[in-house]
Design a protein around this ligand. Structure first.
Ligand SMILES: [Zn+2]
Ligand SMILES: [Zn+2]
Length: 367
């Protein structure tokens, strides 16, 4: 029997809970082999499959519902028709590690136990947030009985289902939050995590550029000491890049969304008001789920996508925004697809040597 992952439960919590309940020896191999430190794409795909969520769609579904990845992807370039760019065929991103401290809200835990008989670790309580958006109480980030953090070097996640010094976490005392900013931040993070639609990055930046410019303090605030850049400048610069990229049909490189979230927190009280302003820009708001089956298969001059079709069991290639300027850089790239390469036109000079591609696109399961 496979346990069901709970709404908002982190992938790491689900894996730990399965191993705890079923025991190491009776759990499936994918749970036993799930890495403690850094979970990569291939680890996440296997866990999604255990829930019956297959292919690129299943991978993106688990990312969107059970990790904090939506904070990176909800604000999306209008020419990107994939949920997680090329992540589905890459192995670079770390989707959570045991070095990130977990946390919990004592009221959520007590409610879960009343409702389900057990609790679990929620994604919004395992990031930088300090407050539970639902109950406005401080998140517990260290064990109330021995002061250990819930990460590497402290307690592992199993303490949620066992005890520390004979005491269960549900008995933790509740501290009401008194900082309205932390509550607002938790609520806005929550709304981004459960956003039903992607918001156009260009629309988001245009709205924020105008708002931030009205507030000199915010405009000049250094949003990240590492880059030493004022918030107003960062938004304006990214907006220029995004607009130019759209004009040329050339998808810009990915960028952190920290500064966008900081600007929203600095200019809006409610995320819904921000969404209204963004929609007024006129760009399409695309339902999140509509992008789950598609991944970026390559960036040559233009961005190429593959959409997986689970009824037919095939991947459908497309290139909806062919680049307007033509670099000719990739014209002679010797890529050889054994099944369907066309004969190349004969040219003088250097001849490409056909090579088998290293990473063929993944196969597509049929439903
Ligand atoms: Zn709570
Ligand atoms: Zn403890």
């Amino acid at each position: 029997m496979i346990l069901a992952i709970q709404p908002e439960e982190t992938v790491r919590s689900f894996v730990a809970r399965t191993l705890f309940i079923k025991g190491k020896h009776s759990s499936e191999e994918v749970f036993r082999k799930f890495p403690k430190n850094c979970a990569l794409r291939s680890d996440i795909v296997l866990i999604a499959e255990m829930q019956g969520w297959i292919g690129c769609y299943g991978f993106n579904k688990i990312l969107h519902k059970h990790t904090n990845y939506p904070l990176d992807e909800v604000f999306k370039n209008i020419q990107d028709i994939s949920y997680s760019r090329g992540e589905y065929i890459g192995d670079y991103y770390c989707y959570g590690s045991n070095r990130t401290p977990a946390g919990f809200c004592p009221i959520c835990v007590a409610d879960d136990i009343k409702r389900l008989g057990f609790s679990f670790w929620r994604r919004a309580h395992c990031c930088e947030l300090k407050v539970c958006a639902e109950h406005n109480v401080e998140l517990v980030k260290r064990c109330p009985y021995c002061d250990k953090p819930f990460c590497q070097g402290g307690h592992d996640l199993n303490v949620m289902w066992s005890a520390c010094e004979g005491q269960h976490l549900k008995g933790s005392s509740v501290t009401l939050n008194t900082d309205p900013f932390e509550l607002k931040k938790a609520q806005i993070f929550g709304e981004i995590l459960s956003a039903p639609c992607h918001l156009s990055e260009e629309a988001v930046l245009t709205v924020l550029d105008e708002k931030v410019n009205q507030d000199n303090n915010l405009k000049l605030r250094i949003w990240n000491s590492r880059y030493n850049q004022p918030l107003g400048y960062t938004i304006k610069r990214r907006l220029e890049i995004v607009k130019e990229a759209r004009f040329k049909n050339r998808l810009p490189h990915g960028e952190t969304t920290d500064f966008i979230i900081q600007a929203i927190l600095g200019t809006y009280e409610k995320f819904s008001d921000f969404v209204i302003d963004v929609k007024a820009y006129g760009d399409e708001t695309r339902p999140i789920e509509s992008l789950w089956s598609t991944y970026i298969s390559g960036h040559q001059e233009s961005t190429h996508f593959v959409e997986e079709n689970y009824d037919q069991g095939v991947g459908v290639w497309c290139c909806p925004f062919p680049a307007k300027d033509f670099l000719r850089m990739w014209d002679w790239r010797p890529v050889y697809y054994p099944c369907c390469s066309f004969e190349r036109p004969k040219r003088k000079g250097h001849q490409p040597r056909p090579e088998r591609v290293e990473n063929a696109p993944p196969g597509v399961q049929r439903r």
